[in-house]
Design a protein around this ligand. Sequence first.
Ligand SMILES: [Zn+2]
Ligand SMILES: [Zn+2]
Length: 353
Amino acid sequence: MRSYDVTVFESPLQVSDRATPEPVGGEVLVKVSAAGVCHSDLHICDGFYDLGGGKKLRMGERGVALPITMGHEIAGEVAALGPDAKGLKIGDKVVVFPWIGCGQCAACARGDENLCVKPGFMGIFRRGGYATHCIAPQAKYCLPIGDLDPVAAAPYACSGVTTYSALNKVDRATLQSQPIVVIGAGGLGLMCLSIMKALGAKGALVVDIDPVKREAAMKAGALAAFDPKAPDTVARIRAMTPEGAGAAATIDLVGAGETVQLGVDCAARGGRVIIVGLIGGEITMSVPLFPQRALIVQGSYVGNLRELAELMALVAKGGVAKIPTQTRPLDQAQSALDDLRRGAVVGRIVLTP
Ligand SMILES: [Zn+2]
Ligand SMILES: [Zn+2]
């Protein structure tokens, strides 16, 4: 097998050729057909997250050990099964749930492996999909996709389940009766619009600094798209909410200080600002605003296995429009990361070994 690995933080990926592993116990060997390139892969190969105010969260402190094969949006074919792996057969096409926990802690016990205290996420803590093959530790993490194109299926494992889980935090009746604000119209933003449509949402007021991305959002069915640099953006967004009271929910897919501030500024009383993006930064807020406006500021981190299964069922029903993807050969993984870093990507890059 071949993989493209981070061997030193802030350095180009290195190719590695080695024997293809034999699955043991309940493991499943997946022959990778498609691996999405996610924004968080940039943080992983940099080796840190920007916490704002000059503070950094280092990957080493999170327990990330090098070398690591990135790639947590994986779709492929079951190539071999460990003796205890049940419910799959060789050749099954699957999407792999990457947000795997320890299986022991309270979060794992309630099914929120994505919030595990000792995570073993694929592509971060264990080898992922920038490779010809990868190992899923249990069959339950391989969700069959039937005839769905693996290139379309792979991004649901991160960008899909992340936006689905964020949308799950908005009361469904609210989502269906009122516009919500969606900040960021990159890969996650377009995925969010697509899932909103499938959930019967009223629609999105999209915010993005890039006119190309705003146009892509309008094509994907946004109610309106705003440039956050325009001085009247908050007023114009509020004017599009019921009684001009502000947004019941904002999903911030960027996660910078300015975008969270924008979400707070647009929020209705009792409104919810759900922070998903990890660009970094910090905000300063007057504490009395929380009770006075009954404001909820909430983080949302990827999603759990049940949510990915629900999302794949929604996709199978045909209600989720395919987001724009561009495929590249696996050996162009580094140039894909470079393009993503420059912001030169509309939709999702998917690597195909
Ligand atoms: Zn991701
Ligand atoms: Zn756990």
